[in-house]
Write a protein that binds this ligand. Structure first.
Ligand code: CAA
Length: 391
């Protein structure tokens, strides 16, 4: 039994990249009808990292406002979830910890299970807080979604980091028990260590995701979870925003409900605003869905929200949270809007150049061009070591 303490998300902040590619530019290049992107997959633009940005600079930028508001006295653990890791041994979280100036008396670790990793991190954090409610855990989900040029996945690329402060008596969302869980060994999406871009079987991945939704919900209800009509909104992992609609339609179908499109739009529509313009941010995606809902919806105080986290390969979890009365005083809506609006549009040629950027592997001194304006930058690679700078 988890105990009486209410534990959950106390603060939530996201950051993204310096550049953005509108889907109109991609459609112009490859001759695709823009309707396929805007309506078919529900995407308007994708965040594109500069050569001096990566999961560390985004993760630190997402977390910095949280540290500025709450300090770090209660933070004893940092968990960074990613599937676009920069090192096979060292946690990207250690770089983030350093850039944020967190105390050395902290445990830091990186977690991976495709896009699901941040939910594992959140649940681990909740367990730690139940063990000692005085402690808080900084969870950072940071990813750059990258597919081969001209592949079907290209239009679903994106990049962002979400940072969450997890603690007792949270200001935003109380996370509830039980969770519905599901794991299946499938090859729907993967990235071998020698590859920069992910490999994916697109239709297989959609089928695997839909099966995971059904199975997590079954486990959730068998463990005494809430009824479907108790939820006022559902935040799904959004590899592209139309996937959330497919998922919810599938869930309603499997529960024997009518798949009324207006009802689906009511449950999903407010969760997609950020992901539609940022693109797939893998681990961060479901929490950007939550940020979009909290920032954009009418007052949700006391209402119940469902979260469905899916990571290819695959692992999924469904859980519920109750929105805390007064949560609106703690949102970062203006900062989130600014993170989106400050991005500089690039044309297809520049996007392609950035997409193809990689560091030489010779261990030499390879400074990056200074082309971004965020609070942190990757200054270069020196002797196989990543060098970061604070602005
Ligand atoms: N106007 C309006 N709609 C149009 C259109 C037009 N002119 N042209 C096509 N469409 C619609 C299609 O009908 C289709 O809609 P439905 O799915 O509702 O049938 C939609 O646009 C997409 O068209 P296609 O299926 O033909 O697109 P595609 O095969 O080229 O690519 C994709 C789609 C497979 C999802 C591809 O983008 C991809 O591989 N993406 C990466 C994998 C992915 O995101 N998988 C999701 C589940 S896995 C997961 O969630 C983990 C993760 O983060 C990766």
């Amino acid at each position: 039994m988890a105990g009486e303490t209410a534990v959950g998300i106390h603060d939530l902040s996201f950051a993204t990249t310096e550049f953005v590619l509108p889907h109109t530019a991609l459609a112009d290049h490859n001759g695709t009808d823009i309707g396929k992107y805007h309506l078919g997959i529900g995407q308007r633009s994708m965040s594109v990292p500069g050569a001096d940005e990566d999961i560390v600079t985004m993760g630190a930028a997402a977390a910095a406002p949280i540290i500025a508001r709450h300090g770090f006295d209660r933070i004893r653990t940092v968990v960074l979830a990613t599937e676009s890791s920069i090192d096979q041994a060292k946690s990207a979280g250690v770089y983030v910890h350093s850039l944020l100036g967190l105390p050395s008396a902290t445990r830091v670790v990186e977690l991976k299970q495709a896009c699901y990793g941040a939910t594992a991190a959140l649940q681990f954090a909740i367990g730690l807080v139940h063990r000692d409610p005085a402690q808080q855990v900084l969870v950072v989900a940071s990813d750059i979604s990258k597919y081969d040029l001209e592949s079907p996945g290209e239009a679903t690329q994106g990049a962002a980091a979400a940072a969450m402060l997890v603690g007792s008596d949270p200001a935003l969302l109380r996370v509830e028990e039980p969770s519905g869980l599901f794991t299946a060994d499938v090859m729907d999406f993967w990235r071998p260590n020698y590859r920069d871009a992910a490999l994916v079987d697109g239709q297989e991945s959609i089928t695997a995701y839909l099966q995971a939704v059904e199975c997590t919900w079954k486990d959730y209800t068998e463990r005494g979870g809430r009824a479907l009509d108790a939820f006022s909104a559902f935040c799904y992992h959004q590899p592209f925003t139309k996937m959330a609609y497919k998922a919810h339609r599938g869930l309603l179908n499997s529960c024997g409900y009518d798949t009324d499109e207006a009802e689906i739009a009511r449950a999903i529509g407010r969760t997609t605003a950020y992901n539609a313009v940022l693109g797939n941010s893998y681990t961060a995606s479901v929490y950007l869905g939550l940020a979009s809902l909290l920032d954009g919806a009418d007052d949700l105080a006391g209402q119940c929200v469902g979260l469905l986290s899916y990571g290819s390969g695959s692992v999924a979890e469904f859980f519920a949270g109750t929105v805390v009365p007064g949560y609106r005083d703690h949102l970062r809506t203006a900062g989130h809007r600014e993170a989106i609006d400050r991005r500089k549009p690039v044309d297809y040629a520049r996007y392609r150049e950035l997409h193809e950027h990689s560091f030489p592997t010779d261990g030499g001194d390879h400074p990056t061009p200074s082309e971004t304006t965020g609070p942190f930058r990757l200054a270069g690679l020196r002797g196989h070591k990543r060098v970061y700078e604070e602005r």
